[in-house]
Design a protein around this ligand. Structure first.
Ligand SMILES: [Zn+2]
Length: 270
């Protein structure tokens, strides 16, 4: 076989034409911003828009999970949605109420039901002008209701972006330090805990469907099934998706190899 000479491209119009020998993918990588009170929050979206499989990263300090989801969808398909705010577990935002700039925070994995939003938005803060340190404040009259409206709007925007009804499988990716399989097992459906002593207790699946539990158990992974009937309404995505096919991938903060292996394992599910 003779080596082809590289094609010389002489003008920019030529450069803009798609090369028909290169397979065209629907791959997109874009960032949308959402205004939350007076703070911008970002949604990074990558992969095939509207794909049947969605991979979501909610906690902004869980970088291993974000990188695993993004690299996975580039290789294997699916759509990834990454919430990007500050580099903390909680999302912080500011809002001026009663003439004062106040600060609020919430757990992005506790906002999917009204009860969850109410519980996670339990406190207001402000920067103390003398010390520069954040201090907790009592709610002013009407303040919590006003902030709840903002948070409910944010949740709606996030749910629109997730478009859960169009997905066959929703996967949330998380990283942990102290939350382990043993902890998750306490609220699992009785009899639906599988522990492999050869794997770290930090690395496990939480599923909502019995068939996924059985298949992941057969593959030798740590896995628990949520007790969908009796699960406490904490506003988490796993509770919100209890009647859907939903899988949570938990891995330790630095276990990127394990998290990718777990993402890959889901490709085998029937
Ligand atoms: Zn998390």
């Amino acid at each position: 076989m003779t080596k082809q000479k590289p094609k010389v491209v002489s003008n920019s119009d030529e450069l803009a034409k798609p090369d028909d020998k290169v397979p065209q993918t629907k791959f997109v990588d874009l960032i949308e911003s959402i205004t939350l009170g007076e703070t911008e929050i970002y949604l990074r979206r990558a992969g095939n828009r509207g794909d049947k499989r969605l991979y979501v990263r909610l906690h902004c300090d869980e970088n291993t999970a974000a990188e695993a989801a993004l690299s996975f969808v580039r290789e294997e398909g699916g759509e990834a949605l990454i919430v990007e705010a500050q580099q903390y577990r909680a999302v912080n935002f500011e809002f001026t109420y009663g003439g004062e700039k106040r600060k609020y925070y919430f757990d992005a994995n506790r906002i999917f039901t009204p009860a969850g939003r109410d519980a996670t938005l339990s406190i207001a803060r402000r920067k103390n002008p003398q010390t520069g340190v954040d201090e907790a404040l009592a709610w002013r009259l009407g303040e919590k209701e006003a902030v709840m409206l903002i948070l409910t709007g944010f949740t709606k925007t996030l749910l629109n972006a997730m478009d859960l009804d169009s997905r066959e499988l929703v996967v949330a990716v998380h990283n942990n330090r102290t939350y382990t399989l043993d902890e998750a097992a306490k609220t699992a459906k009785p009899g639906f805990v599988h522990k492999n002593p050869g794997r770290s207790l930090n690395d496990f699946f939480l599923v909502t469907q019995e068939s996924d539990f059985a298949q992941l158990k057969a593959m030798g992974f740590n896995v628990v099934m949520q007790d969908n009937k009796n699960v406490k309404d904490d506003g988490s995505l796993s509770v919100f998706c209890k009647n859907k096919r939903y899988i949570n991938i938990e891995a330790a903060h630095d276990h990127s190899k394990q998290q990718l292996e777990m993402l890959q394992a889901l490709q085998e599910l029937k």
